[in-house]
Design a protein around this ligand. Structure first.
Ligand SMILES: Cc1cc2nc3c(=O)[nH]c(=O)nc-3n(C[C@H](O)[C@H](O)[C@H](O)COP(=O)(O)O)c2cc1C
Length: 380
């Protein structure tokens, strides 16, 4: 078996270890998936210019973001049903990132409860809010996050409809198995995943089927997704969330400089430039491509987070050079736990990303994260 050195290696190993419908759910995107390719291409096309004779023999990757110290500007994007990658994924990622001084954002649709994630993650645990149709339920979720001690809320605003996921339609993901014989075969051919998932129980949306009690039973996930699809997501709802959440608020899914300006004016603490990993609109612009325009719109010191397409520590450095203060990754964490198992996978991806960021900083002549400024960018 080939050794694992990069996120791309983890992805290949995950593809071998997962039944095809599960791998496609994690790996796939919206529509024709132009944006999935474009997200990664934007990083590949960004060119950096190292500076010479700087003192950077020792690098310090730490940052303070929204008042909390982190060991590196790297974290986990919110992902629903994370335990699908491998049973125990959510908890392994929270434990490993908290120990490494990085944030973990639990999705509303995550497979662990906000109480458990806050207990394991402390002040590194963030909670992501999808707005369900019933505003009362949003209030209840925010109250639970608050009671659990979460102080950073990520409000996702780019998913009022699920993306048009063609791979999921073709594989029959989430549909009754007997309708898709090729899927049954794929589960049978991947007994490692299938037996451990059978033993652990199919992942549920734990925050919605426990404590809240609003969406119970086997089709809780479908009921909830239906509720999100009908939610009224407008500027008033941002004001409502802002008024109800007294702590740090990050608005996720922003691609237009004009929207970013309005979100800043509405009192959000940070804007998250994200195209949902290309999982919503197939032809959407990449986060990295719009980042400089959003930085210009919000001013030099306003906190910006970026995700979508980040596949290495060098990509993290590029995102910061282009104007981000903090960088999250989605799929790479799930590739890792699927490829190596939850604990070993979480540890491996942290080691890879930190090592690559450290190496990139050394090559660029930067000793600290604030030195990753945009004059390191080749504009030829
Ligand atoms: C399996 C999966 C589930 C996701 N679920 C959510 C979710 O529940 N809430 C959310 O805001 N974003 C969700 N996302 C999007 C991620 O938060 C993130 O924006 C995206 O994965 C970043 O792109 P990357 O995977 O290329 O790093 C999900 C992504 C994946 C891969």
């Amino acid at each position: 078996m080939t050794a694992i050195h990069t996120v791309a290696d983890l992805r290949l190993r995950a593809r071998r270890r997962l039944p095809r419908p599960v791998f496609d759910f994690i790996d796939g995107g919206g529509g024709e998936e132009y944006s999935v390719g474009r997200n990664e291409a934007a990083f590949a096309e960004t060119k950096l210019v190292p500076r010479l004779f700087t003192e950077c023999r020792k690098r310090d990757l730490s940052v303070n973001f929204l008042g909390t110290n982190y060991a590196a500007p790297i974290g986990v994007s919110p992902m629903g049903l994370g335990n699908l990658a491998w049973p125990g994924t959510d908890e392994a990622l929270v434990r490993a990132t908290a120990a490494a001084g990085m944030p973990y954002a639990l999705s509303t649709a995550g497979s662990s409860t906000v109480e458990r994630v806050a207990e394991l993650g402390g002040d590194r645990a963030w909670f992501q809010l999808y707005l369900p149709q019933e505003f009362e339920l949003s209030k209840k979720l925010m109250q639970r996050a608050d009671d659990a001690g979460v102080r950073t809320l990520v409000f996702t605003v780019d998913a009022s409809q699920p993306g048009r996921r063609l791979r999921d339609r073709r594989s029959g993901f989430g549909r009754p198995l007997w309708e898709y014989p090729h899927a049954v075969l794929s589960y049978a051919l991947h007994p490692g995943w299938s037996l451990s998932t059978l033993a652990a129980g199919t992942p549920t949306m734990a925050n919605l089927s426990s404590g809240g009690g609003d969406f119970e039973g086997a089709n809780a996930a479908l009921q909830f997704m239906g509720s999100i699809m009908n939610a009224k997501l407008d500027w008033d709802s941002l004001e409502q969330v802002r008024a109800l959440w007294p702590y740090k608020l990050i608005v996720k899914g922003v691609l237009s400089p004009e929207d970013a300006r309005r979100i800043v004016a509405a009192g959000a603490d940070a804007v998250m430039v994200s195209n949902h990993g290309g999982r919503q609109l197939g032809s959407v612009v990449s986060s990295l491509d719009v980042l400089p325009a959003i930085r210009a719109a919000v001013g030099p010191s306003y906190p910006l987070v970026l995700d979508s397409g980040v596949r290495s520590g060098e990509d993290v450095a590029k995102a910061i050079v282009m104007g981000a203060n903090f960088v999250l990754l989605g799929r790479p964490w799930l590739y890792a736990t699927a490829a190596l198992g939850p604990e070993a996978g979480a540890a491996k991806v942290i080691e890879i990303l930190r090592g690559e960021l450290d190496n990139a900083m050394s090559q660029l002549g930067c000793a600290t994260i604030p030195e990753l400024t945009n004059d390191l960018l080749w504009r030829g």
